[in-house]
Design a binder for this molecule. Structure first.
Ligand SMILES: *[C@@H]1O[C@H](CO)[C@@H](O)[C@H](O)[C@H]1NC(C)=O
Ligand SMILES: *[C@@H]1O[C@H](CO)[C@@H](O)[C@H](O)[C@H]1NC(C)=O
Ligand SMILES: *[C@@H]1O[C@H](CO)[C@@H](O)[C@H](O)[C@H]1NC(C)=O
Length: 527
């Protein structure tokens, strides 16, 4: 008898070690998890009549009268389906007197244990602290700063993370080769080293939003952990639940703007055919469920130019959140693009070389038509800074991960419409390039260049580890792969954008540069 008990115990132990990890299901199935905020369109329509002379005073009056309020969407997951998801909010923790509810019930998909909910909070005063509580018997109050109105020239910072994977037993932990660095790190639980998320938490008052263009949980890397073998379907979901739980303290406090990367595409990478993925684990399904309702469509134009308004309307119609869209925040117009599908030879498309069989998510040419209209709509008198963020870069040290089809699809448009800064990841390290077009550095460098400047901010830390820095093209300004790092974009004023790279574990500034731009032309169009 005793021997049998021992044997059973051993068997249970073996099963618990050799098995995927699922977070526990709460008793109260309305408990919110995986909270995520997003900037939504401002309400209000642009004025029809063009002012005769756009003095600063008129401009300010125009901006404040046409966009008196902004919107923020709140997304979260629950372990039960919810018919009427609601959020209470207000300007004080003790007075959550406004209430907004979802227009439809929560959504889910095959293999998911959770359900996605989205509620959009409307009529927010810009740049104001709001408190919110997702309605549940088991939720607490958090807060956020509502978005700045387009044209508000108050300095602000954005944190940029790409390729940020799940931490802990199913993801990133320090490998043997990192051991010697351990002594120089703060004392963190080695099984759960949130170096980058930890730094985002520590500096939470220094930035107003986060952009994350692709590669989130690395759920498709489940097979890298032995205990997940034979449990792919459940391990994939377990990793998604853990990762978005780990992110919630940041994404539930700061607008967290996303676009897709290759790791969102399908259950397994390259080696296995995505057609064999279980239903629900191919074709960007989780990414779509999680973010399609929270990410915005391109905004109505805040410009007084009729042409700009028309371009913006077209861009709005062609935008396809969460895959491609844009938003405006203070001095910045930010475009999120999809480097994975929806252009010729897109790497994760049905004919793409990554063999991930994803998309298309729009009509033929829709993404590029969107981008052309969106970039053409940007009035530098309102939003001087034009930033584009996507996943796969074409400028990178070494050749391996340079996305040539992406370059062919996007680079000319960036040049034509005077994009100031392009942000990418995919390569797991930090890199900064001088302004460049078609492989040639802009002779003006960082002082009012015509060509866009490029950065890679993919060294934030995931299960695949860091990529070494390869031989550097001449327009490389700086590259770093010694430790986890990320970047911040500091919008100092309409002429100066500071780009800073930070070591995640210590907060040490690794590299800092300032891009100077005159921004003297309202609508840039280079030949
Ligand atoms: C309440 O929420 C916490 C997480 O915030 C969870 O751990 C706990 O199980 C929940 N309680 C119930 C009764 O569901
Ligand atoms: C922007 O971030 C820097 C650190 O990189 C910080 O010193 C500065 O105060 C921040 N600025 C604003 C406006 O939050
Ligand atoms: C992926 O999803 C999109 C949108 O639902 C759909 O149009 C497309 O056909 C799907 N692609 C594949 C390969 O299933």
């Amino acid at each position: 008898m005793a021997a049998i008990v021992t044997f059973t115990k051993l068997l249970q132990l073996a099963v618990s070690i050799g098995s995927y990890h699922h977070p526990p299901i709460p008793e109260d199935k309305t408990t919110p998890f995986q909270q995520r905020l997003s900037i939504h369109s401002p309400t209000g329509k642009p004025k029809e009549k063009e002012p005769l002379q756009l003095t600063d005073w008129v401009k300010t009056a125009l901006l404040t009268t046409t966009f008196p309020s902004t919107e923020v969407s709140v997304g979260w997951n629950t372990y039960g389906s919810i018919d009427h998801a609601c959020v209470e909010y207000g300007k004080s923790e003790h007075d959550l007197s406004s209430k907004a509810c979802a227009s439809s019930k929560s959504t889910t998909y095959p293999t998911s244990r959770t359900h996605s909910n989205t509620v959009t909070l409307t009529d927010l005063h810009p740049a104001t602290t709001y408190y919110y509580k997702i309605v549940s018997d088991n939720s607490s109050v958090d807060h956020f700063l509502s978005p700045r109105t387009p044209g508000d020239d108050t300095p602000f910072n954005i944190s940029v993370v790409v390729d940020l994977g799940v931490y802990g037993g199913d993801g990133y932990t320090h490998s043997e080769k990192d051991k010697d660095k351990r002594d120089t790190r703060p004392n963190v639980n080695p099984a759960l080293d949130h170096a980058t998320i930890g730094r985002l938490a520590d500096t939470v008052d220094d930035y107003e939003l986060v952009i994350h263009p692709g590669d989130f949980a690395y759920a498709d890397d489940w097979a890298r952990k032995y205990h997940n073998k034979g449990h792919g379907k459940d391990a994939y979901q377990g990793i998604l639940e853990q990762f978005y739980g780990q992110l919630a303290p940041i994404a539930g406090r700061k607008p967290y703007m996303t676009s897709p990367g290759n790791h969102e595409a399908a259950c397994k990478q390259v080696k296995h055919a995505p057609k064999l993925c279980p239903e629900g684990q191919s074709n960007f399904t989780d990414f779509m469920h999680r973010f399609s309702e929270t990410m915005p469509r391109a905004f109505d134009s805040a410009s007084s130019s009729k042409t700009a308004q028309e371009h913006a309307r077209k861009a709005r119609d062609l935008s396809q959140p969460p895959f491609w869209y844009s938003f405006e925040y203070g001095m910045a117009h930010i475009v999120m693009i999809n480097t994975e599908t929806d252009f010729t030879d897109a790497p994760d498309g049905t004919d793409g070389n990554a063999k991930l069989d994803g998309g298309p998510f729009g009509a033929p040419h829709q993404q590029l038509d969107f981008l052309a209209a969106d970039l053409a709509s940007v009035d530098r008198r309102v939003t001087p800074w034009l930033i584009v963020a996507g996943h796969r870069p074409w400028y990178t040290t070494g050749k391996g991960k340079s996305c040539k089809p992406c370059q062919k699809a996007f680079e000319k448009l960036f040049h034509t419409y005077g994009v100031d800064l392009a942000v990418f990841g995919h390569v797991h390290n930090s890199q900064r390039f001088f302004p460049v077009y078609d492989g040639k550095a802009d002779p003006k460098g960082m002082h009012n260049p015509t060509d866009p400047m490029y950065i890679i901010s993919g060294g934030t830390g995931n299960i695949e580890g860091l990529d070494p820095v390869h031989p550097q093209p001449s327009y490389t300004a700086w590259a770093y792969a010694d430790d986890q790092s990320y970047s911040t974009l500091n919008f100092l004023d309409k002429h100066r954008l500071e780009i800073t790279f930070v070591q995640s574990a210590t907060g040490k500034v690794l590299d800092s540069s300032v891009l100077h731009k005159d921004h003297s032309t309202s609508f840039v169009k280079n030949s």
